[in-house]
Each structure stands twice: as structure tokens, then as C-alpha cells.
Design a protein around this ligand. Structure first.
Ligand SMILES: NC(=O)c1ccc[n+]([C@@H]2O[C@H](COP(=O)([O-])OP(=O)(O)OC[C@H]3O[C@@H](n4cnc5c(N)ncnc54)[C@H](OP(=O)(O)O)[C@@H]3O)[C@@H](O)[C@H]2O)c1
Length: 416
């Protein structure tokens, strides 16, 4: 086994593989990283070759390349060249698998090599193997989950400390839970890559990352949690994909979830994936979704599965993935929140625009204690199309009393 990328996950994989029980199954041949002089550690066996050149790995007789450098380049090129040379590949790289996984799987089949990516979704939770193998007897119609620990951390801090999104983000960055550039986490690209992989595996859906709409958690404030609590809910970033009548509804966005629901109990780096099958109903997978140790376990589990598979992978293609019309719309009851410079008549103006768009108000919430110059209040609306609601909110955002664009979030449990 060659380990490409000796960072958080790569070093944790090496730690496991150097344990007695794994040393009998696997031998680490190479550790590949840039600037290896800064990376060398004494606990790696002396016969392991440290290198900065992928060509050296490719030219060797190594059987399996473990790609743990992340990103699309040069990881994609390395994975392709390894597979084309008949070497199996294990990767934790969700961005690569979401963007090029179909092509890479075909390449692996053509060269009778394995491509395994169990660590690419939900870290240490064996969700992909559970969906693929354990639930193969069901026709799955929906998969949804909490797939990003950084968002969880930020949202739970805003909720518990009443701080702003910016403060919670800065705190997450100081604590090492968020990157210097947090956009991939908070704006949804990280969870989007994971839901694309889940939709392919669980729903057999042919879907590309660009087809999944992402809505950021940035506009969420402490006031939203106050109103969510009034409604018996909290707020989580939810990634979901569901098939209804040959339409694939998929999104990554903040949603209101019941405070007693399993989603509300997911904290920090914990992840939760819930699948819904036509015959077996709901199945949940939960556990630690990130971190060196748990992710390395998923990588090593893939290695063990490859080592234990007697068959050389078949060259024939598996059942084709299905193409669906992809919809960015969510049909659900919605929470809307407005931040206004208060004056008489605001509510009448908003409800008139809602009525124009055929939407029924369910409840109006206004808690005391906020400044009238920057007053947040919430209106919940009965089940409606999120896209039509967005049109109504777009019309409203131009009104002179609006301090910031209105926010809307679906209720997860009241989604059609
Ligand atoms: N960490 C997690 O919790 C987690 C969970 C699930 C999946 N993953 C996935 O696992 C993979 C690895 O993540 P990680 O957290 O271990 O990242 P990391 O700590 O940043 O490690 C990446 C390693 O690869 C090296 N590297 C990057 N680009 C390189 C290049 N072009 N040539 C040579 N070496 C290069 C880096 O070297 P430098 O030190 O010089 O930068 C670093 O040692 C990613 O695909 C990530 O998405 C991570």
C-alpha cells in the first residue's frame, strides 16, 4: 500500500496499518507528500520509501494507492494513472468522487482494479457500505442527513451562546473546526459533494454536483433560534435527495428540525444519515463524521474489503444509474424571518404579497426585547413551493423598511 498525502488522515491510516494485526495483511511501501523532510516520523518502518514523486509510486509494484491529498488536482490525475496501471485506489476525497466518480469507476472496471471511497461521506460511519450492501434489498427513495461538522459547530454555538454567525465562525476558526476560507462548509459545497455520492449509491441517481442547489447558513442569527425554539424546533444544515414521480428533489440548506428529532441531537463532528426505503422504512446511520482516526478507520476498512475480495473486479458495468429531472424546489411548510425598521403597516404589506403568490400564513411570531430599529420577526407559511416563496421574498426585499433580505427555511419534518 502506498499512502499519498501524509496529513491528518494519511498519518492516521499509517498508524493503523503499522499495528500488528494489520501489518500481517498490508505492507506500506511508500509515503508520498510534498516537502517530506518536514513530514518524516520515526515510527514509520525503516523500509518504507518516503518520496515527493508520484512517478516513483506508479513505477513500483505497489498494489493499492491510498489517495489522501484531497482536492481535484493533482489527486484526479494520480488516481486515473494508478487505475490505468491496474492499481487499486482507496480515497477519502469527496470532491473528486462527486465530480469524477462515474468516470473513475468506469476506468477502474476497465483495468480490473478496485476503486473504494467509503471514507468520502460521513468519515468513520460505514454509511456507503451500509446503503450499498446492507440495504440492497430495499428500493430507497430518500436519503438525507447532517454531513458537515463545521456547520453543526457554528449553529450550535449561535444557539447556545446567542452569538452572531460571524462570532461563532471566528471561534470555530480559532478552535480549528473551520478553515481560513470557510465557504466550502458554510455555503454548502462540502455537504453537496457528499449528498451527490449518497444519491448515486442509495438512489442510483445520475447526478452532478452543479445540479444540487445550496443555500448558505451565513444569514442565520441568534433570533432565528429564539423563534425556532418557540416553534419546538432548532436549525441544522440538511443535505437531502428524494425521488418523487421521477423527479429528484435535492438541496443543501439550513432547515428547521423538531427539537425531539434525531437531527436536533447531532452535535459537533457527529454526522447523521437517514435513508427511507419503499419496503423497510427508515434506517439511520450516526457517529463521528470527521477527524483523522474515524476517517482512517473507513479507509482501512476499504483496504480490508479489497484484500478480502477473492474476485478480480468485473469489467462489465453495474446497473446503469438513472437520470432524473432534478428539482431545486422543496415543497414544505416554511419559516420566514424579516429584519425591519419597525413602523405601522409592515405586516399587512408582507401578507398581501404572500396572498398574491397563493401562500397561506400559519403563524406570526414577534418576541419582545428587540430594538424597533432592527426588529426581527417571523412568519410561518403553510406548505408551499420554496421557489414561489423565494419570488415573493424577492419582491418584498425591495421595500423601504427591510434592513436585510428576508430569510426562508423549510421545516424538514413538514416536507412533502
Ligand atoms: N480530516 C477529516 O476529518 C476528513 C474527513 C473525511 C474525509 N477527508 C478527506 O481526506 C483527505 C485528506 O484530508 P486531511 O484532513 O488528511 O488533509 P490534510 O491534513 O491537509 O492532509 C493532506 C496532505 O496531503 C499533502 N498534499 C496536499 N497536496 C499535495 C500535493 N500536491 N503533493 C503532495 N502532497 C500534497 C499535504 O501536505 P502539506 O502538509 O504540505 O500541505 C498534507 O500532508 C481529503 O480528501 C479530505 O476531504 C478528511
Amino acid at each position: 500500500v502506498a499512502i499519498a498525502g501524509f496529513g491528518m488522515v494519511g498519518s492516521a491510516v499509517a498508524k493503523i496499518l503499522t499495528q500488528q494485526e494489520y501489518a500481517q495483511l498490508f505492507r506500506i511501501t511508500h509515503v508520498l507528500n510534498r516537502r517530506i523532510a518536514e513530514k518524516r516520523v520515526a515510527w514509520i518502518p525503516e523500509d518504507v520509501i518516503w518520496t515527493e514523486a508520484f512517478e516513483e509510486v506508479l513505477a513500483s509494484d505497489v498494489d493499492i494507492v491510498v489517495e489522501l491529498i484531497g482536492g481535484l488536482t493533482p489527486a484526479g490525475d494520480w488516481v486515473k494513472r494508478a487505475l490505468a496501471a491496474g492499481k487499486s485506489v482507496v480515497t477519502a476525497n469527496k470532491q473528486l468522487i462527486a465530480a469524477e466518480g462515474l468516470e473513475l469507476s468506469a476506468l477502474a472496471r476497465a483495468h480490473r482494479a478496485h476503486l473504494a471511497f467509503g471514507a468520502s461521506v460521513a468519515g468513520g460511519i460505514p454509511v456507503l457500505s451500509g446503503l450499498q450492501g446492507g440495504l440492497a434489498g430495499d428500493r430507497l427513495a430518500k436519503v438525507s442527513g447532517i454531513l458537515n461538522g463545521t456547520c453543526n459547530y457554528i449553529l450550535t454555538r449561535v444557539e447556545s451562546e446567542g452569538v452572531s454567525f460571524a462570532q461563532a465562525l471566528a471561534e470555530a476558526q480559532r478552535a480549528g473546526f473551520a478553515e481560513a476560507d470557510p465557504s466550502s462548509d458554510v455555503d454548502g459545497a462540502d455537504a453537496r459533494a457528499k449528498i451527490v455520492i449518497l444519491a448515486r449509491v442509495a438512489l442510483r441517481a445520475h447526478i452532478e454536483p452543479e445540479e444540487v442547489v445550496c443555500r448558505s447558513i451565513r444569514p442565520i442569527s441568534a433570533a432565528d433560534f429564539c423563534y425556532a425554539h418557540e416553534l419546538g424546533c432548532t436549525i441544522r444544515q440538511i443535505a437531502s435527495a428524494a425521488v418523487h414521480d421521477n423527479v429528484l428533489h435535492t438541496s443543501v440548506q439550513p432547515m428547521l428540525v423538531g427539537r425531539n428529532s434525531p437531527y436536533a441531537r447531532v452535535d459537533g463532528a457527529q454526522n447523521l444519515v437517514v435513508s427511507t426505503g419503499c419496503f423497510g422504512g427508515e434506517t439511520s446511520f450516526s457517529g463521528t463524521g470527521a477527524g483523522g482516526g474515524p476517517t482512517a478507520v473507513a479507509v482501512v476498512s476499504d483496504l480490508v474489503a479489497i484484500a478480502g475480495s477473492e474476485q478480480v473486479p468485473a469489467t462489465s458495468a453495474p446497473p446503469a444509474l438513472r437520470r432524473f429531472t432534478v428539482s431545486a424546489d422543496t415543497l414544505a411548510a416554511h419559516y420566514t424571518r424579516f429584519l425591519v425598521n419597525d413602523r405601522p403597516g409592515i405586516l399587512a404589506k408582507i401578507t398581501a404579497v404572500f396572498a398574491e403568490h397563493g401562500m397561506n400564513v400559519d403563524a406570526v411570531l414577534q418576541l419582545p426585547g428587540f430594538s424597533k430599529q432592527a426588529l426581527p420577526f417571523a412568519i410561518t407559511v403553510e406548505p408551499c413551493s420554496q421557489l414561489i416563496l423565494a419570488e415573493a421574498l424577492h419582491q418584498l426585499r425591495a421595500l423601504e423598511f427591510m434592513i436585510e433580505p428576508p430569510l426562508c427555511m423549510p421545516f424538514l419534518e413538514r416536507t412533502a
